[in-house]
Design a protein around this ligand. Structure first.
Ligand SMILES: Nc1ncnc2c1ncn2[C@@H]1O[C@H](COP(=O)(O)OP(=O)(O)OP(=O)(O)O)[C@@H](O)[C@H]1O
Ligand SMILES: [Mg+2]
Length: 327
């Protein structure tokens, strides 16, 4: 059995407890084939047929590039003088380049403090990079002023780790999801906006009548679904998930990962999925970037990185996975 990221083929059903058996099959497929790397995960819209890596690479290169990060360096202020003025800078993200294609999920993995969130925030222009380009669908975001950025942020959303901290406890979840629709003046009437929120709630497997509830009335997994619904409200072309399932227990993690995969197939967005957990990144991603001390040290298909890492640092990450094979 191969993993299907398209939402149209065979999918793992985590909720009913068969997930782990199914994932063991995935591992079996990739380990018991005599090292034949032509057995790869199916990321294509072919209903679950296995394709060779050559065909896959060809199809991937055919796809449109949505995001291109070129020689990106991000520095933070270092030592300060007695007046509090920074007298040095510390590079955190160092000369990073990669691309994300249409409808592709690129995993970004690395140990705590290596610069993953900093890279994500720099892509969103929440931190100004020191040098390099971030080209989203042909526009270099580093050249835009704040007004132009506000418009383009509609296409670029982020889902954070802590779903409770991301939601205002005094605002109903319906109003929280509706907020981006109000800000960007989507639809002419409030009634239409409300209808869209109900639709979004149902998309993330919640109910329309949850609209008037407050964040504390939901579980952690449900709150993360609410954050995903809010991020999807403006139908972005690009999403960054920053440790979006790290605070959830493992079965809820799997449900949210499957939800993200289903929504990706339905809404056709591209994404970067940031995590320190290589198993999670392997499960959700088409391609994986491995980051160490601010640099990308290895890049490859999710299966190659997980089953056949070539860089010593990636090998250490793989060896450190407890009970490898759960995802
Ligand atoms: N605003 C800031 N000012 C100065 N240094 C910062 C700032 N934000 C982050 N750093 C430093 O940059 C480094 C990378 O932090 P970052 O949050 O990007 O790591 P990370 O890979 O996301 O880690 P984690 O997996 O724990 O989330 C850390 O050493 C951190 O202390
Ligand atoms: Mg982080």
């Amino acid at each position: 059995m191969v993993k299907d990221n398209t939402g149209n083929g065979e999918k793992m059903n985590i909720a009913d407890g068969t997930a782990y058996a199914a994932t063991q099959d995935v591992v079996g497929d990739n380990t018991n084939n005599g090292g034949d790397k032509s057995m790869v995960k199916d990321n294509t819209n072919n209903g679950g047929l296995v394709v060779t890596s050559e065909e896959n690479i060809f199809r991937e290169t055919e796809k449109k590039t949505i995001l291109s990060v070129e020689n990106l360096t991000v520095c933070f202020p270092g030592k300060r003088n007695i007046f509090g003025k920074a007298i040095s800078v510390v590079p955190i993200v160092k000369n990073v380049s990669f691309e994300v294609k249409e409808n592709e999920t690129v995993g970004l993995v690395g140990e705590s403090g290596c610069g993953k969130t900093t890279l994500g925030r720099a892509i969103l222009q929440l931190i100004k990079p020191s040098s390099g380009k971030i080209v989203l669908e042909g526009t270099d975001l580093t050249t835009l002023n704040s007004g132009q950025l506000r418009v383009i942020r509609k296409d670029l959303q982020i889902v954070f780790q802590d779903p409770y901290g991301s939601l205002n406890p005094r605002i109903t979840i319906g109003d929280a999801i509706m907020e981006p629709l109000n800000v960007h003046r989507i639809h002419s009437s409030k009634k239409q906006r409300k209808e869209q929120v109900v639709e979004l709630l149902e998309k993330v497997s919640l109910q329309g009548d949850h609209f008037n509830r407050y964040p504390h009335q939901f579980s952690g997994g449900q709150r993360q679904r609410i954050c995903i619904a809010r991020a999807l409200a403006l139908q972005p072309d690009f999403l960054i998930f920053d440790e979006s399932v790290s605070a959830l227990d493992v079965s809820v993690q799997a449900q949210v990962l499957n939800l993200i995969n289903d929504l990706k197939a339905e809404m056709n967005f591209s994404s970067i999925f940031i995590s320190h957990d290589l198993s999670v990144v392997h499960y959700i991603s088409d391609r994986v970037l491995v980051m160490n001390k601010g640099r990308i040290v290895e890049e490859g298909t999710a299966d190659d990185i997980y089953f056949n890492p070539s860089n010593a640092y990636t090998q250490q990450l793989v060896q450190a996975i407890p009970g490898k094979g759960l995802f």
